[in-house]
Design a protein around this ligand. Structure first.
Ligand SMILES: Cc1cc2nc3c(=O)[nH]c(=O)nc-3n(C[C@H](O)[C@H](O)[C@H](O)COP(=O)(O)O)c2cc1C
Length: 223
């Protein structure tokens, strides 16, 4: 079982959020997973240019570090997303990764994968940031087991508690993967999304050829 942890703070090794990620990865490793930590702030990842090539061919037109990152995410059974709160959102580094994932969304390529989200913030706006990452995972066809966040203004005890909780959630991510845990509410969101997005696939079938072939192969639309 492989778990990839994504760090996205420009503060790189000094990141508070990285402390949560490291704890979650330690927990996952103790529970038996092979783990890898990837810092997207160190990678060269350009903005999506909306060229549509991925929908046509399954491949991105931009030559940078993203395709190799995506290959690692696609190999993983579990993904731990982490970002500090930057202006009530994830960092630009992580958002740029999300924006490069329309193929993942169109073809629901995280189907069967499980996610966990981690954040830190100066203030108390934690859940909103966790929801952004959890919703991304669900939008890509995966399931999220939840998240851990910490307001740095709540002091060292709160940070220690969040580190401990992250370690526990890392272990629980491994359990969720092992037992193929069901999340009926998230699964009904996948179903509802596919039902609605079918019309976009059909409307674009002449140029989203890769997407269209994939949907036919999956039995989500008929030839
Ligand atoms: C550009 C920038 C924007 C920020 N925006 C917010 C914010 O909107 N709300 C908040 O609570 N904290 C905000 N913070 C504080 C960070 O979320 C907080 O310091 C966090 O722990 C940093 O994590 P890191 O060490 O992993 O980078 C911001 C920090 C920076 C540098």
């Amino acid at each position: 079982m492989k778990i990839v942890g994504i760090s996205s703070s420009p503060r790189v090794k000094n990141s508070n959020t990285l402390k949560l990620l490291n704890a979650a990865l330690e927990g996952a490793k103790k529970a038996g997973a092979e783990v890898e930590s990837i810092d997207v702030a160190k990678l060269k990842i350009k903005y999506c240019i909306a060229c549509d090539k991925c929908h046509k061919t399954g491949e991105c037109s931009i030559n940078d570090d993203f395709p190799a990152l995506l290959a690692k995410l696609l190999e993983a059974d579990g993904i731990i997303w982490s970002s500090p709160n930057y202006i009530t959102n994830v960092t630009a580094q992580l958002k740029t990764v999300f924006d490069r994932c329309p193929l993942v969304i169109h073809e629901q390529l995280f189907d069967g994968k499980y996610g966990l989200s981690l954040t830190t913030a100066g203030g108390d706006e934690i859940d909103f940031i966790l929801d952004i990452m959890n919703n991304f995972m669900i939008q890509c066809g995966g399931c999220s087991i939840g998240g851990v966040g910490c307001s740095m203004s709540r002091g060292p005890e709160a940070i220690e508690a969040a580190i401990e909780k992250s370690r526990e959630m890392g272990r629980d991510l491994v359990e969720a993967i092992k037992e193929k845990r069901q999340y009926p509410e998230q699964e009904s969101r996948h179903k509802a999304w596919r039902e609605g997005f079918k019309y976009s696939i059909l409307a674009n079938k002449d140029h989203w050829t890769h997407n269209c072939d994939y949907w036919i192969e999956k039995g989500w639309i008929k030839e």
